[in-house]
Design a protein around this ligand. Structure first.
Ligand SMILES: *Cc1c(COP(=O)(O)O)cnc(C)c1O
Length: 422
């Protein structure tokens, strides 16, 4: 089955003639389109905001595009907070959904007046010592058990390290109130890459019911329901994109049914989508540089798991296109591999593809989220550049490729590698 690339063969060749492979290529038009679709799907909620999960694609040029589309950011570390601050995100535009948080990060998040999303009850006193308890605060809920949709297991909160138990949410709310918090948000992330349109509404329902109970039992003033991320994308060619309009409508129906009658119709809905926002709008453009025939057929690329870890760590499927051979017969079976001295450095195993020759451009789809950002530097392999394809067809580099000098930069406190990168 085929999966279409967002850029034409001609465009990819043009970009490659300016910027050497490998690079991640992002589609500005697609990112803007999805941001507008999400906004539209929740337009029934006056206070709605998408807080883009920065970890999915932490590039300031991409964040700037999303900011222009009215998105906020969901940060989880000092570096993400600083990037957000540098781009002018402030206050209600920043969600700080961290866990195992260092004190200085809470302090900085408080300085920015970010919405703190508290992962654990023990963080209350910690936060009081590091930045202080704010007037508005969000709490992360873990309902335990399994999240079932019909008979399918969507998520396993019982083995997830995130969030507070039901009992703890109630205790935390009371304690936070005593310490000066006045307005509360509720957050839960119970699944990842959920293909099912029912995931997000199910997550919303759990939070709606909790909000109602907290209001009734504790008189809590709830201003925010944060549905977090987890909406999936079709990595496989036979999968379909979750229908964000239908998802938004289903949540709206539940909201009308149960929140309005409880006087909670004014609550703001937030999302922290990452994968859904940018995942399909990025791809990894590589060149086939070696061909190896032993017990299996191998195609060696100039990219490796440093550029995209998902296949290595999750055994995740990423579709592969050979540029210019989209319509050719897939009559060869290859393992498409990178250069790491690790046998899991395989973008695909036993994949039926057209014949690949040295020099062919091989594109790995759907790397726009949790792609570049997960990379590391194993084997001294350097991370690739990032290129943005603009709406008018022009393109620009939005991150240069790493150099050996970057790799050695953490020895700059001494002279042991002075001059070695030159
Ligand atoms: C990772 C994460 C997200 C985004 O998840 P996606 O699967 O990319 O949608 C949102 N919120 C929090 C707190 C996260 O950790």
């Amino acid at each position: 089955m085929q999966k279409k690339l967002f850029a034409t063969e001609e465009k990819i060749r043009e970009i490659k003639s300016v910027y050497p492979t490998p690079f991640h290529l992002y589609d500005e038009a697609g990112i803007r389109r999805t941001a507008r679709d999400v906004k539209e799907a929740f337009s029934w909620n006056a206070g709605f905001r998408e807080y883009f999960a920065v970890k999915a694609c932490p590039n300031p040029f991409i964040l700037k595009i999303l900011k222009e589309e009215g998105c906020g950011v969901d940060c989880a570390s000092m570096a993400e907070l600083k990037m957000a601050a540098a781009l002018g995100f402030r206050g209600d535009e920043i969600m700080f959904s961290s866990n195992e948080t260092p004190g200085e990060e809470y302090e900085y998040a408080r300085e920015l007046d970010a919405i703190i999303n508290l992962d654990d009850i023990t963080h209350i006193d910690f936060l009081a010592r590091h930045g202080g308890i704010p007037e508005r605060i969000c709490m992360r809920y873990n309902p335990g058990g399994q999240l079932l949709i019909g008979t399918a297991i969507m998520g396993q909160p019982d083995v997830s390290k995130f969030g507070m138990t039901r009992q703890q949410i109630f205790s935390a709310a009371e304690r936070l109130k005593q310490m000066g918090a006045k307005r509360f948000g509720l957050h839960a992330l119970l699944a990842s890459n959920a293909a099912d349109n029912n995931y997000y509404p199910a997550n919303a329902m759990i939070l709606f019911e909790l909000a109602i109970e907290l209001k009734q039992k504790l008189g809590l003033d709830i201003f925010l329901i944060n549905l977090s991320g987890g909406v999936g994308i079709p990595y496989l060619p036979e999968q379909v994109m979750p229908d964000i309009r239908a998802i938004g409508k289903s949540i709206h129906d539940n909201f009308n049914d149960i929140m309005f009658p409880e006087g909670l119709g004014g609550i703001c809905i937030a999302t922290e989508l990452g994968r859904f926002m940018t995942g399909p709008h990025g791809c990894l453009v590589t060149t086939a540089i070696h061909k190896k025939h032993i017990y299996k057929e191998y195609i060696g690329l100039d990219a490796c798991a440093v550029d995209l870890m998902r296949p290595a760590i999750y055994n995740a499927y990423h579709h592969i296109s050979v540029v210019g051979k989209e319509d050719a017969l897939c009559d060869h079976v290859y393992d498409v591999v990178g250069s790491l001295c690790e046998n899991n450095d395989k973008f695909a195993e036993d994949r039926a593809l057209p014949q690949i020759n040295d020099g062919d451009i091989v594109v790995i789809h759907d790397t726009g989220a949790h792609g570049y950002s997960m990379g590391y530097n194993y084997n001294g392999r350097l991370k690739s550049a990032e290129i943005l394809l603009h709406e008018d067809g022009s393109f620009s580099m939005i991150r240069r490729a790493e150099t050996v000098k970057d790799y050695f930069a953490t020895f700059d406190f001494c002279d042991i590698l002075d001059g070695a990168a030159d």
